[in-house]
Each structure stands twice: as C-alpha cells, then as structure tokens.
Design a protein around this ligand. Structure first.
Ligand SMILES: Cc1ncc(C[n+]2csc(CCOP(=O)(O)OP(=O)(O)O)c2C)c(N)n1
Ligand SMILES: [Mg+2]
Length: 379
C-alpha cells in the first residue's frame, strides 16, 4: 500500500455514457448525478466493493505487463510530485509549480491507451503526464530546476514541459489555450492523413471559456480525431465548480455539439482506460472526436503557493479515502495479478527513479548565458 494513500474505501460509480451521433459505447455506466462528489465515508465503504468488482473485470482483460507499467507510472507520479513539493520548499524550484497528486489515474488510464505516435497537449499541471508520455524523470526534474538538462533546456520550467520526439506538445499556462491548439493538432493529423489521435487535457474551469465551445463545434463539424479530456478536479484555483458553473455536467455539454461524451470516475484507472479506448476506436474509425469528463480531486493546493483556505481537511480526507492508487492495488491483489512483494518492488523502483532525477537535476549545470538569445523569435 502506498504510504501517501490512506485506505481502500472508495466510491463505485463509473461512467455515464452519452454517445450522440457517434456509435454506441459499451462500458459500465451509471448516472453522473449518483457520483457523490461530497461522499460520506461510510457510504464510500459500502460502494467500495462494487467498484472493486468492476475494476477486476477490466483487469482480467488486460495484459499483466501493461498493468504493472500502469501501476508503476501512478506510483512514480505520486512520489515524483511529493519530491517536487519537498525540493520546492528547499528553494530548488522557483516560480509556479502545480502538482498532480490525486489525479494520477486520469493521466495513466488515458495516455497508456495510446500508441507512441499519438499526440498529447495539456495545461500547466504537466509533470506527470510528460513522464507518462515517455520523458525521463531526469529531464522533467531538471526542467523544474531551470537547468540545462531539462527537456527544454531549463527555459520552460514547471508549466512548459515539451518534447516533439515524444509527441508531447506542452505544458500551457493560459487556461484553455491548449484546447484550440489541440484541435489544430488533430486537424493537422487529418489533413496529413496520419492515424494519429490527439489527447487534449484541460481543467473544468477552462470549460466556461469560448475556446472550449468553438473547438468542440469545429472538431465535431470537421470530424477531427481529438479526445477532449476535462480533468474535473472540482476546483479552479480557490473556486469550486459549483460556484462557477451554471450547468455542472461537463460531459453533457458535448450534446450541444452532437459530440460523443462520457462522464468517467477519475479515481478508477481502468474506467478511464476503458472510456479512452472507446474514444480512440471512434477517432481511428472516422475521425470522430469525444468529450470525456473525468472527475477526480486535487489533494494539494492549486499551486505550491496556495494556502487552501477555501476547503476543509475533512473534505480532502474523504477523497483520500477513495485513493486511485490504493484502489488499483487492491483490485490487482484481489484479482491475484500482483501481491505485496510486487508492490514493494514497484515502490522501490519509483523511489530510485525519483532519487536519480533529483541527483541529475542537482548536478545539471545552469543554462549558458548565451541561451538568453536563442528561441527568442519563431523561425
Ligand atoms: C486565460 C487565463 N485566465 C486566468 C488564469 C489564471 N488561472 C491560472 S490556473 C486557473 C484555474 C484553472 O482551473 P482548472 O481549469 O480547473 O485547472 P486546474 O488548475 O484545476 O488543473 C486560473 C484562473 C490563466 N492562467 N489564464
Ligand atoms: Mg480544476
């Protein structure tokens, strides 16, 4: 059991499926309204078994090596972010720094359903997603440090991880800005006739912006192979979704554009994977886009400078009771795929990778001063 995760009591609800205009979906479904976003701990205990059963069914259909890789990436992501918080407080990382703790099942469940040639674009909460797409922990940590060994030579920092080699196109600081760019990437794939799918991540606060609606309209009209993944962690900085959005079902907003859409439980990595596989199948078939609303919960503050006065410790604890890593481990154990020894190995492998990343970042030199004058103008 991972040390940061607390227990194995979780909510069970998985996905509401609405696939207007784009074939049928066949996954487990439940009403979005039943997804108890402020769930009582006792209720979560009751629902835990249901969710375990559904996860085990998916696990049984999935290759063991892939399951191990998925768990490793989730544990690595968590330990990496915990280390980021630690070295940030030591002054080794400067500027903004947004952590992904609590949301690991979204990145892992969706991105590990892709082919390496598929493309990904995301917001500033990008460290873990960059690693899932194949960037090394060393190159991500060094980027956080602003060092030469970083994936963009130390010029981007926390919010701007990028690697063309890995088809990872950032790391964007303007809320919602990447939705238009991701739609353009999907357009480029269609125009060039490749079979590439684009995963475009954004937070729920971006959904109130015009760019979200314009992009969905265009993607559905032109059948662009883009999977729009709204990571609904229920807060935009210190503002809860309930205070900022008149109509709270983000998935249903896809109906306005006749776009296939699903509500997915973001604490359940297999549910996220299954929903993404359905979306990928639609995209590869005829370019049809999909909107996924994947609901999880941000355990940490919005960024490292957030004191978190807008919510209670109890609220955070309720979600930690439904931790996605613990749930996945329990399901793997119950399905007799892996046991405690395997989990210990994964933990120590992740700890080694994080230690190596910190050592690399510590030892990497600062960029040369002449770098101030490169990449200034686009060519
Ligand atoms: C266009 C724009 N407006 C405002 C901001 C300031 N800002 C940075 S993050 C943020 C909240 C975004 O929340 P959400 O989209 O839910 O993503 P999360 O941080 O929860 O992952 C805001 C308002 C910004 N960066 N860009
Ligand atoms: Mg949010």
């Amino acid at each position: 059991m991972p040390k940061a995760a607390t227990s194995s009591k979780t909510n069970t609800k998985t996905a509401k499926v609405s696939a207007n205009g784009a074939g049928k979906t066949n996954g487990k479904v439940s009403e979005e309204s039943e997804f108890t976003d402020f769930v009582e701990v006792e209720q979560a205990k009751v629902e835990y078994n249901e969710r375990l059963i559904s996860q085990i069914a998916s696990i049984k259909k999935t290759d063991n090596q892939l399951l191990r890789d998925m768990l490793y990436q989730m544990v690595l992501g968590r330990r990496f972010e915990e280390k980021c918080a630690e070295v940030y407080r030591m002054g080794k990382i400067g500027g903004f720094c947004h952590l992904y703790i609590g949301q690991e099942a979204i990145g892992v469940g969706s991105m590990m359903a892709l082919k390496p040639t598929d493309m990904v674009i995301t917001s500033y909460r990008d460290h873990v997603q960059a690693m899932i797409k194949g960037l090394t922990p060393e190159s991500v940590m060094a980027e956080l440090y602003g060092k030469e060994g970083g994936c963009v030579g130390g010029k981007g920092g926390s919010m701007h991880m990028f690697s063309k080699e890995h088809e990872f196109y950032g790391g964007h600081g303007i809320v919602g800005g990447q939705i238009g760019i991701g739609t353009g990437m999907a357009y480029a794939a269609k125009y060039k006739g490749t079979d590439q799918v684009t995963l475009c991540f954004f937070g729920e606060a971006a959904v109130n912006q015009g760019i979200f609606h314009e992009s969905l309209n265009m993607a559905q009209l032109w059948k662009l192979p883009c999977i729009f993944i709204c990571e609904n962690n229920q807060y935009g900085m210190g503002t809860s979704q309930a205070r900022a959005m008149s109509s709270r079902s983000i998935a249903k907003k896809g109906d306005a554009y006749e776009m296939a859409n699903e509500f997915v439980d973001g604490m359940d990595v297999m549910a996220v994977r299954d929903a993404t596989l359905r979306a990928i199948a639609r995209a590869r078939k005829d370019g049809s886009p999909t909107l996924l609303e994947v609901r999880a919960y941000r355990y940490m503050g919005h960024s490292m400078s957030d004191p978190g006065n807008y919510r209670t410790r109890d609220e955070i604890k309720k979600y930690q009771e439904r931790d996605p890593i613990v749930l996945f481990m329990d399901s793997l154990k119950e399905a007799k795929v892996f046991g405690d020894k395997d989990f210990e190995k994964i933990e120590s492998q992740a700890a080694e990778a994080v230690a190596a990343a910190v050592k690399f970042a510590d030892e990497s030199p600062l960029p040369n001063e002449s770098e101030l004058f490169t990449h200034v103008y686009a060519d």
